[in-house]
Design a binder for this molecule. Structure first.
Ligand code: CO8
Ligand code: FAD
Length: 609
């Protein structure tokens, strides 16, 4: 499809989905799944996952009563317009202004520079009638920083932009189809006025007289919508990883290369240890991210309930966990999808393998909802704060509780003696805890050598990111282990999950061996025992690998991959797909008479001469 056709088709699908949701009717959870199975980025994502939650989280009761019924019935369609051309990560650096005019009781929204144009918001370019806009609030000449406002963008009769608003789509993005079904947009305000009651005022207010009344709750609650979406992105990482792994695993069982003895059958590529060493850790990651995603959902629900009761104690932890896990899981999943493409050899590069499209549509997850490095630096700040408070009497809690055992973890030596010890959950956990703590403490020690802490932080950014990743990996490993300790239905399932859990952990040790050795968390002998155990786990997973991806229960239609077909009938179907290509509509291609024939004839003429 051309971009225009793709976009229009997405509108058609989205509206059809909305119709089904109402007609059946579907519950909230079911309708989320329906949008998920539409399997195409579109304006619904931003409306439901950012616009509505922003009003719910930051609006007053009256504002919610006014706007939510309209949004819930989709009588208005909204998006989340925060990022600008000049600033995305640095939210406090946004330039759009919302200046209060006491005479008219309105805010005047304005884009003072080109870099202040909103740039990227999904659904903004062509669809949204409304947006939650983030702009600097100015009253009486004073800048109060960034706040949220509900703004109508387009005329409800003919969809034209309201006077004072310039709006459009930012153009084609990475990949052919992929994210191009979404109208990521730009927007400029030219002294555009909105009533005062359209500032989202749950957190802070501007009175009729123009007085700014800050709230007594943390201003970071303004970032709440991002925390909520980051949490869902972790579960989505598991889904995308599982999809790629499903394709690569099934195809690796179908594909055969070398190893034929006496004219017999060749070896399935899944039986090569190199293939297993690349594939099975990704299979394990798909499960690991699913379990940590479930836990994160619980954490998010818990913090939301606490916030409602004005208990803000666990907000920093929720921010660090959602930011860090969003970053870690999306980076691993993007890399994992690309690895799955390579695991499928040449055929993985074909569009009909499903992997190029999956990669193109998935990879912006490393950037949206916060650049992955910027987010790990938030985790690093949280860790540095926690380390600095050790010994102050305030015991670290939640995911940093292990830091409370700093004395032991800084000195302990791993008691792994034989390969099977690497299947002992306590030993594995302690290894990850020691590595994470030692990396964090080492960063804190290096930081303390700088007179200026911010300058030190800048200097040590790369180390800080690595310490943050170590902490996040510990969380994933520990939540997998917790999952195994709970009730798991199905005969033998627990054993399979155990294998995957230890593949996940031991593969990380292998991959980040430098960290584990340099922090003395393990010795080189223990590292080689881990490798030995890993190979043995691969052998145990091998017979069940296809069953473990079948368990994701993805239909062929959803997978959209010739290589990942459930029936394994890959080769005839590759031919079928090839023959569908428009280039094969004729045997002689367009352009032959124009270019190829004259070239060949000229050659023939000169040959005759
Ligand atoms: C729906 C699926 C499709 C998704 C489509 C994508 C939609 C989008 O991309 S929307 C746009 C998303 N944009 C981003 O994510 C921007 C990323 N940047 C940020 O989140 C922030 O600006 C950030 C965190 C980097 C820096 O925040 P900032 O306030 O400038 O600085 P900083 O000084 O580091 O933080 C101040 C304090 O707030 C805390 N904090 C920061 N963010 C949060 C948060 N989200 N929740 C709670 N606390 C927070 C920090 O921990 C810090 O706490 P403390 O003072 O106790 O140490
Ligand atoms: C597909 C897609 C959809 C999007 N949808 C929306 C949407 O609906 N609404 C919306 O408001 N926005 C949206 N965005 C914007 C998105 O949230 C931002 O692009 C994102 O937050 C990253 O910000 P940036 O582009 O400014 O990157 P930058 O911050 O400019 O990053 C550039 C580089 O600088 C590095 N960097 C930046 N700051 C630091 C630092 N302090 N320390 C070290 N390194 C640093 C980064 O790691 C990165 O390598 C979307 C983006 C994409 C790609």
């Amino acid at each position: 499809m051309t971009r225009k056709e793709l976009f229009k088709n997405t509108l058609r699908k989205s509206v059809h989905a909305w119709k089904l949701i109402n007609e059946l009717p579907l519950s909230d959870d079911e309708s989320l799944m329906l949008r998920h199975f539409m399997d195409q980025p579109g304006f619904l994502d931003l409306h439901w996952r950012m616009f509505v939650p922003a009003i719910k989280g930051q609006g007053t009761e009256e504002q919610k009563q006014k706007w939510l019924p309209l949004a819930n019935k989709m009588q208005i369609i909204g998006c989340y317009a925060q990022t600008e051309l000049g600033h995305g990560s640095n939210v406090q650096g946004l330039e759009t202004t919302a200046t209060f005019d006491p005479q008219t009781d309105q805010f005047i929204l304005h884009s003072p520079t080109q870099t202040s144009s909103k740039w990227w918001p999904g659904g903004l370019g062509k669809v949204s009638t409304h947006a939650v806009i983030y702009a600097r609030l100015i009253t009486d000449g004073k800048d109060h920083g960034v706040h949220g406002f509900i703004v109508q963008l387009r005329n409800m009769d003919d969809h034209s932009p309201l006077p004072g608003i310039t709006i459009g789509d930012i153009g084609v993005k990475f990949g052919n189809g992929a994210y191009n079904s979404m109208d990521n947009g730009f927007l400029m305000f030219d002294k555009f006025c909105i009533p005062r009651d359209q500032m989202l005022m749950r957190l802070s207010k501007v009175t009729r007289e123009g007085k700014y009344v800050p709230s007594d709750v943390p201003r970071q609650l303004m970032y709440g919508t991002m925390v909520s979406v980051r949490q869902t992105i972790v579960s989505n990482a598991s889904i995308a990883m599982a999809r790629a792994v499903c394709i690569a695993t099934r195809y690796s069982a179908v594909r055969r290369q070398f190893g034929s003895q006496n004219g017999g059958i060749e070896t399935q590529v899944i039986d090569y240890k190199t293939q297993q060493n690349r594939l099975f850790p990704l299979l394990a990651s798909a499960y690991a991210f699913r379990f940590v995603g479930e836990w994160l959902k619980w954490l998010y629900t818990d913090v939301t309930q606490r916030l409602e009761a004005s208990d803000f104690a666990t907000l920093p932890e929720a921010h660090a966990c959602t930011a860090g896990l969003k970053s870690m899981t999306t980076s691993a999943t993007s890399d994992g999808i690309e690895e799955c493409r390579k695991l499928c050899g040449g055929h993985g590069y074909l569009w009909c393998s499903g992997l190029p499209e999956l990669f193109a549509v998935y990879v912006p997850a490393c950037t949206y909802e916060g650049d992955n490095v910027v987010l790990q630096l938030q985790v690093a700040r949280f860790l540095m704060k926690t380390v600095s408070q050790l010994g102050s009497g305030k015991a670290p809690a939640g995911t940093t509780a292990y830091m409370g055992r700093a004395k032991h973890l800084l000195q302990c030596r791993s008691s792994i003696r034989k390969a099977e010890d690497w299947l002992n959950p306590a030993m594995v956990l302690e290894t990850f805890e020691a590595r994470a703590l030692r990396m964090a403490v080492s960063c804190a020690n290096n930081l303390s050598k700088f007179e200026n802490q911010e300058q030190g932080f800048s200097e040590l950014l790369a180390d800080l990111v690595e310490a943050a990743i170590a902490h996040c990996q510990l969380i994933v490993v520990s939540k997998f282990i917790v999952k195994l300790e709970g009730e798991i239905k199905g005969k033998g399932v627990k054993n399979q999950l155990k294998n995957l859990c230890y593949i996940y952990a031991l593969h990380l040790i292998h991959k980040h061996l430098g960290d584990f050795l340099s922090t003395n968390s393990i010795t080189s002998e223990q590292a080689s025992l881990a490798n030995h155990q890993l190979r043995s786990l691969y052998t145990q997973v091998r017979p069940n690998a296809v069953a473990l991806v079948d368990a994701f229960d993805y239909t062929d239609h959803y997978l959209g991959s010739v290589l990942g077909r459930y029936d394994g009938n890959v080769y005839p179907k590759l031919f079928e797909e090839a023959l569908k290509d428009p280039l094969n509509d004729t045997v002689v291609p367009d352009g032959y008479h124009e270019y190829i024939r004259p070239l060949i004839k000229q050659h023939l003429r000169s040959a005759r001469l």
